[in-house]
Design a protein around this ligand. Structure first.
Ligand code: ZN
Length: 363
């Protein structure tokens, strides 16, 4: 971590921006001279509890105004050398993170929010950040070199620690939506980082499973899943001393890959440099396979599952889940009645077949 070079600055409306630079590069932000409205003028979002399930829903009406598929010369994520054109006031950058101008959740860390344990609604306190993987408008994560992809990992690690430290943030979620098919409105290679004020429904159900497993067997559920996959072998895609990637036994998506460090850690902060290097290599390997599956690049979602080290979250095991809705060269899987209304996934490709296809998509 100490080797990552970071430079901090502020955007015209007071939002924080952090530049991460490759060895030998230094970020040189210029003043952001855009006449942006002050953030206090924008209405905060609200979270409401669905009392049927106990799950929170974030109601963020202001996001309707967000930038939708702008022309390439107006990309808000490309560098802006004069500080007048985009969200990144600098002539160039390697990786940059800034607070989202249209956040679903905001205000974490400002002051201690009311506890929400028994509430049915509350202000949408939290944090939403944008992370640009490269200043190059037309590249993709899969095309980054190892050092550059590792810099993204370092940025994710730094932001995870920073957001965990904010009052009001319970869970930190780094993710990438890639491809217009899954609703990406900006083609510039980027991801997002959410700091939620609660544990998300999928995380909560995974942690409950893991807690129950630990009570019954005295071991970590995810470590047991990983050991089972390594034993079975049939769904393993890539593995080395530090990291293993596999198609899960009960995959829900036509393309689904989970990447685990071989050692139980809760979040990126606990990985060693060697483990982070290995994770970077395996991640790039898997993304490369995704793009070789079909004549056009695969739309995908990448989800970093990270946990705190105390409470129920201590049962968590850091890993990355990647999934795609594309089920053939031209067809997408739509989440219809069974999936959308019942959370009951039906898939027409076996996870073993999916693993075979991804194995044959090696470079
Ligand atoms: Zn761009």
């Amino acid at each position: 971590m100490s080797t990552t070079r970071t430079v901090r600055s502020e955007l015209a409306d007071g939002r924080e921006i952090v530049f991460f630079s490759l060895a030998g590069n230094t970020a040189r932000p210029v003043p952001d001279v855009r006449p942006l409205p002050a953030r206090a003028d924008t209405a905060p979002s609200e979270i409401r509890r669905d009392r049927q399930t106990g799950d929170w829903v974030a109601i963020a009406a202001l996001r309707q105004e967000r930038t939708y598929k702008p022309p390439a010369d107006q990309c808000p994520l490309c560098p802006s050398p004069n500080g007048d054109r985009s969200e990144v006031p600098a002539a160039e950058y390697d990786v940059v993170v800034f607070e989202n101008r249209f956040p679903s959740l905001s205000g974490a860390g400002d002051d201690a929010p009311e506890p929400i344990d028994d509430a049915v609604s509350a202000p949408g306190v939290g944090r939403c950040e944008v992370i640009c993987f490269s200043s190059e408008h037309t590249t993709s994560f899969a095309e980054l070199g190892h050092a550059h992809a590792r810099l993204v990992m370092d940025a994710w690690r730094e932001r995870t620690a920073a957001l965990f430290a904010l009052t009001g943030v319970e869970q930190v979620f780094c993710f990438e939506n890639r491809g217009a098919e899954i609703g990406v409105t900006l083609p510039h290679p980027h991801g997002q980082i959410y700091g939620y004020p609660y544990l998300t429904p999928r995380t909560m159900s995974m942690l409950r499973q893991a807690r129950e497993f630990a009570q019954m067997y005295g071991r970590n559920l995810f470590a047991d899943i990983l050991a089972g996959e390594i034993d079975a072998g049939v769904r393993i895609l890539v593995s080395d001393e530090h990291v293993t990637a596999f198609v899960p036994f009960a995959a829900r998506w036509p393309v689904e890959v989970h990447i685990y460090p071989n050692r139980h850690v809760h979040n990126l902060s606990e990985l060693t440099d060697a483990e982070l290097d290995a994770l970077t290599s395996v991640y790039l390997d898997v993304l490369g396979r995704f793009d070789r599956l079909y004549p056009t690049p695969l739309p995908y979602i990448s989800a970093l599952h990270q946990y705190r080290t105390e409470g129920i979250q201590a049962h968590g095991y850091f890993h990355i889940e990647l999934m795609s809705i594309r089920r053939s060269e031209t067809k997408l899987k739509y989440l219809a009645a069974s999936e959308s209304a019942m959370d009951a996934f039906v898939t027409d490709v076996t996870p073993e077949q999916a693993a075979d296809r991804l194995r044959s998509a090696a470079s």
